[in-house]
Design a protein. Structure first.
Length: 113
């Protein structure tokens, strides 16, 4: 659940980016990357743009506009997604979901997912 977004966003790729800060438990990645020696970018085998075109929901967006780097949500999402893509040989998806609200009730979110 993402408190900053107002739509459902789909990520196409994960980046072996720089992780300068520690996580909530004080862990810091080796060399500031998710996976030392790993590819710079990992693409999902799922065509997220195609998924968006198949579902006529106005709250579905692609590509995901990146949040401010350094926030805890970015760190956790980027790190987990990249590692999932790497370990799953591209078989992973990252879907950013907003909080339920009057404009996004549970039944509509369920339909979108």
């Amino acid at each position: 659940m993402d408190t900053f977004i107002k739509a459902i966003f789909l990520e196409q790729c994960g980046k072996n980016g720089t992780y300068r800060d520690t996580d909530t438990q004080g862990f810091q990645t080796e060399g500031g990357v998710c996976l030392p020696g790993g590819p710079e970018v990992m693409l999902s085998v799922v065509n997220m743009k195609g998924v968006c075109h198949r579902f006529p929901l106005t709250m579905l967006r692609w590509p995901f506009p990146k949040m401010q780097a350094g926030t805890l949500q970015v760190y956790i999402c980027d790190y987990t997604y990249y590692l999932s893509l790497y370990l799953g040989n591209g078989h992973a998806e990252l879907i950013h979901v907003p909080l339920l609200s009057h404009w996004l009730p549970a039944h509509l979110l369920g339909k979108a997912l």
